[in-house]
Design a protein around this ligand. Structure first.
Ligand code: GSH
Length: 220
């Protein structure tokens, strides 16, 4: 059985969960994948058991039947995209794949990464993991919001960043915008096109809307 280690509230594992959901696949209902929830509040990501699986102590991680360990969200998503569902969210042809790659990297490195940096350097829960430099926080947020302007323009007259269908670039941009809320960067105030894009993505892929239905007795 393959194992997918995730924390359902964290952006990088959410990439994998949203990718599957966008293909109509319920991660908790896959025949050949067991989902293992890693609880950050209990520091499970730094436990000895999990460190053996991923010495980087991060999620997501996908382990395959032959023992292969994929310990990076892009690698996990490339694998899931090729193996499950009909349509690739990485692009329908060579040019689209390249366009999705470009947009995804800009969304990742300029928006999501800078906001994650701001969070890591400011949030008490990250103090043990990161040598916090408070001076990083505001410039990182400013860099992320500046890049949002690029996406605001890219979305003029369009529902998606590339082509006519949702791609992985949209998923990463959405996660960047959503993560901004933790740092009080309101995704509905970064331009009308981004606001429209965020609202539509959030209706489908918010943490709340994707929450695992738990039995009332809490046995699962
Ligand atoms: N390059 C890695 C980074 C993954 C990453 O940073 N994941 C975060 C969650 S979004 C994590 O596991 N953090 C652990 C922690 O903060 O202790 C990837 O994209 O998979």
């Amino acid at each position: 059985m393959k194992k997918l280690y995730v924390t359902r509230t964290a952006p990088n594992p959410r990439k994998a969960l949203i990718l599957l959901a966008s293909k109509g696949i319920d991660v908790d209902d896959m025949d050949d994948v067991d989902v293992i929830d890693i609880d950050f509040a209990a520091n499970e990501q730094i436990s000895a058991e999990f460190t053996k699986i991923n010495p980087m102590q991060t999620v997501p991680v996908l382990t395959l039947d032959d023992g292969t360990v994929l310990n990076d969200s892009q690698a996990v998503c490339e694998y899931l995209d090729r193996v499950y569902g009909e349509r690739s969210v990485m692009g329908n042809d060579v040019v689209q794949r390249a366009q999705v790659c470009a947009m995804r990297r800009i969304a990742e490195f300029e928006v999501l990464y800078n906001l994650m940096l701001a969070f890591q350097h400011s949030h008490p829960s990250k103090a043990q993991r990161v040598e916090q430099v408070p001076e990083f926080v505001q410039p990182s947020i400013a860099r992320a919001t500046k890049a949002m302007g690029y996406f605001e323009n890219a979305l003029v007259g369009r529902d998606y960043l590339v082509g006519e269908q949702l791609s992985f670039a949209d998923i990463v941009l959405y996660l960047g915008l959503d993560f901004g809320k933790i740092l009080k960067v309101d995704p509905s105030k970064q331009g009308e096109n981004l606001a429209r894009f965020y609202k539509k993505m959030n209706e489908q892929f918010s943490i709340k809307n994707m929450a695992k239905a738990k039995p009332v007795d809490g046995s699962k």
